[in-house]
Design a protein around this ligand. Structure first.
Ligand code: HEM
Length: 154
């Protein structure tokens, strides 16, 4: 009888342990969508970048910085593609950023905080234009914000 009880106890323990594992598996299963998908993928990111660049070109605080870029269609296209890849890769999308590091790209420019904030404002205006929700905007700015020390004052 004692043996029987012990066997039953072990049996129920095994069931309980299995159930606990199963619960754990279910909670580990990824259910959240990454920022890249929440933004709408590559097409949405490309639209936002195009609007962002149009805003930059119209922004008197910083557009002089981009005059040589705008004057050269190849450079404009390269910057556009690099920005799309950078945002795609940085938000968990299937792209690879092949451009310069932020330190290399902005070296010698002595960009100020005012200019940096103007550019971020142009990006936010592009995100607003396409009704990107505040949560996704904040999450994107959290990806780009840490780049500021490599861009400003270099
Ligand atoms: C979060 C902020 C910024 C990001 C993510 C960013 C990103 C980039 C990227 C990806 C490139 C291209 C790198 C390459 O050619 O390989 C670039 C180049 C450049 N950036 Fe920025 N940048 C930022 C802020 C700024 C600011 C504030 C300015 C000036 C106001 C600026 C001016 C430039 C210029 C002039 C170029 C060179 C464009 C060319 O090659 O024709 N950037 N940036």
């Amino acid at each position: 009888m004692i043996k029987h009880t012990r066997f039953l106890a072990m049996f129920f323990f095994a069931i309980a342990a299995f159930a606990a594992c199963k619960d754990k598996d279910e909670t580990v299963t990824p259910t959240s969508t990454n920022l890249y998908d929440r933004l709408g993928g590559i097409d949405a990111i490309s639209l936002v970048v195009d609007k962002f660049l149009a805003n930059v070109v119209a922004d008197d605080v910083i557009n002089a910085r981009f005059a040589p870029t705008v004057a050269d269609p190849f450079r404009t296209r390269l910057l556009r593609n690099n920005l799309i890849d950078q945002i795609c890769a940085g938000t968990g999308g299937p792209c690879q950023y092949k451009g310069k590091t932020m330190l290399e790209a902005h070296a010698g420019m002595k960009i100020t905080d005012v200019e940096f904030n103007a550019l971020v404002g142009d990006l936010v205006a592009a995100l607003d234009f396409y009704n990107v929700p505040k949560t996704e905007q904040d999450d994107l700015l959290a990806v780009l914000g840490p780049m500021q020390p490599d861009i400003v004052g270099q």
